[in-house]
Design a protein. Structure first.
Length: 79
């Protein structure tokens, strides 16, 4: 029964206004772009292996947050 309600839902952000969903998509794109720049800077300028790993781990987390937000936007697309 819950599966039918989930299938008929329009997405997790469906209760938000369309322009607010647009801003969420911009934030997710920005998070992914910043994470790519962080990884590039860590590879180019950080010589310490441990510090580089920590910075890249942070960038991976930021990229993951951006990806999850973008998935939420895509699942809300028919709004």
């Amino acid at each position: 029964m819950d599966y039918l309600m989930l299938a008929s839902a329009r997405g997790p952000l469906a209760s938000m206004h369309a322009l607010d969903v647009m801003w969420v998509s911009f934030y997710s794109i920005g998070a992914m772009l910043i994470s790519v720049l962080i990884v590039t800077a860590a590879r180019k300028w950080v010589n310490s292996g441990v510090l580089s790993f920590i910075i890249r781990l942070f960038a991976f987390g930021l990229f993951s947050v951006g990806t999850i937000l973008m998935l939420l936007v895509v699942l809300t697309w028919p709004n």
